[in-house]
Design a protein around this ligand. Structure first.
Ligand code: GDG
Length: 466
């Protein structure tokens, strides 16, 4: 198994304690690292850590994780221009906004595309060097859409699958991307493409139908393009349920959860956890909590909203501006409602350790996860797995997870008032109803976990060559 992603699962960084191996934060690594730890194999990715090449061998390879090595990581070096144009530019300022339906945030620049092509070709050369014809090459996410085509030029019979972690938009949005045809032709050189939600598969099929070179068998969901067949299917990603519900760390976290609520001086604790991103709807969520406090003064000195924001893409201008806006909004709300002994919003802009993440999930009476658009949102599933049965999940209808978790209170995150009302509804919900909804979601998250996802994906993939 060869995994190919843009972001590496582990990076090496210099700290006061010397060089340390850090696990990357984000959905893709959360999903694939456990698989690789179990099965072993090779992971190829951009080596972006400050000390990556100090610890790697002369082929830029290193075994990871460093304390208990399980698989090989091959790092690809990118130049400054490549990082600027392929990563910050085309991937994060063109594809990311477009696929999340933020067309107005798309920045088109000739160099972005030029470097996107160049870096995808660079990845393809490395993958081809490391693979034999019957290896399973599993590519992930929007940074590498052209890779299937470039690999196939080097190894025509390569076994290639692609998992798409973000939404797939309707044709009318996809069409606004100047290079949409090239990108679709590129990804369609995969044998299998997986997406999180039914609606994304439907959108993908519709985009393929509009492509001049492609024919779509809508019943079987097979796309034929340039004499190559691609199966397209929904595989909703799950989490490692037991790590959140009954691991040693999880049981330890249960003991500390009560202390956390006391520390925050909260009788009613609401939790949001997100990477810093405009797609996550953090500002709207803060405003919804403000509206909730306005409408429900009896919850003053009782309700606390803890928002953890993990730093992400901080070198991109839009992200910095948004971070400033979040800081100011938190300050404004805390200044307006806070008292000497009560701070309504506890806001942390940092990556928290896994143990603390578990404690927060366990302590929260309400999980408030309201992205404006999200491929899946694993945090919602982690909250369901970790929390005991008295929690309530408020979930955006625009997160892929909402297709699975119908028992959540679903909200339109653009509707601030409705989100504020949902918080009230969550607090007022009778215990019996809470437990009924929560247990039903727990069953699903437990059954459709990460292992289930991988098993189904691999089964479908292997079927293609049987
Ligand atoms: C992309 C798609 C899709 C976050 N902060 C901390 C921390 N995390 C972990 C969470 C979770 C992961 O990062 C975040 O996953 P999400 O799915 O919520 O979001 P993205 O990173 O945007 O992921 C998304 C996903 O890919 C998978 O396909 O669901 O839609 O955008 O696992 O626990 N972990 C720790 N400290 C933190 O501060 N330890």
């Amino acid at each position: 198994m060869i995994i190919v992603t843009n972001r590496e699962p582990y990076s090496h960084e210099k700290t006061k304690k010397g060089i340390v191996c850090k696990k990357s934060i984000g959905g893709v690594v959360s999903a694939i690292d456990p698989l690789m730890q179990e099965r072993g194999g090779l992971w190829i990715a951009w080596g972006s850590g400050g000390e990556d090449y100090t610890v790697s061998n002369s082929n830029d390879e290193v075994l990871v994780p460093d304390d208990d090595p399980k698989y090989l990581l091959k790092r690809i070096k990118l130049t400054k221009d490549e990082i600027e144009n392929y990563y910050r530019g085309y991937s994060n300022r063109v594809l990311w906004p477009l696929f999340h339906l933020f067309v107005e945030k798309m920045h088109i620049k000739e160099d972005y595309w030029k470097y996107y092509l160049k870096v995808n070709e660079k990845f393809a050369k490395v993958v081809a060097n490391y693979s034999k014809e019957d290896d399973m090459i599993w590519i992930h996410d929007y940074h590498l859409m052209l890779l299937p085509d470039f690999i196939r030029k080097e190894i025509p019979k390569a076994r290639i699958a692609f998992f798409w972690h973000i939404p797939w938009p309707p044709w009318e949005i996809f069409d606004t991307l100047p290079q949409h045809e090239e990108l679709l032709n590129g990804i369609l050189k995969s044998d299998l493409i997986g997406l999180h939600a039914k609606s994304y598969v439907k959108n993908f099929a519709e985009c393929a139908m509009r492509n001049q070179n492609a024919k779509v068998d809508t019943k079987k969901c097979i796309v034929k393009c340039d004499n190559h067949k691609t199966k397209v299917k929904q595989f909703p990603l799950g989490i490692s349920y037991k790590d959140f519900s009954h691991s040693k760390e999880s049981l330890e976290a249960s003991k500390n959860a009560k202390n956390l609520k006391e520390l925050y001086e909260a009788t009613h604790l609401i939790l949001g956890i997100d990477r810093l991103d405009y797609t996550k709807g953090i500002l709207n969520r803060l405003k919804a909590f403000e509206a909730f406090l306005e409408d429900n003064p009896n919850y003053k000195k009782k309700a606390v909203f803890t928002q953890i924001v993990t730093p992400s893409r901080s070198e991109i201008k839009e992200y910095n501006i948004m971070k400033k806006e979040i800081d100011e909004t938190v300050g404004k709300i805390n200044g307006r409602f806070g008292t000497e002994e009560w701070t309504p919003i506890k806001y942390f802009y940092r990556k928290i350790p896994q143990q603390s993440l578990l404690e927060h999930y366990k302590a929260a009476d309400v999980g408030l996860l309201t992205p404006l658009r999200d491929g899946m949102n694993l945090v919602a599933k982690e909250y369901i797995a970790a929390n005991e049965e008295n929690g309530v999940l408020i979930l955006s209808e625009f997160a892929g997870a909402s297709e699975d978790l119908e028992e959540a209170i679903t909200v339109n995150p653009y509707d601030i008032k409705a989100t504020a009302n949902a918080i009230k509804k969550a607090f007022d919900m009778p215990l019996e109803e809470k437990q009924k909804r929560f247990n039903s979601m727990k069953k699903k998250v437990k059954k459709r976990d990460a292992k289930w996802w991988i098993k189904n994906f691999l089964k479908e993939w292997e079927k293609i060559y049987a």
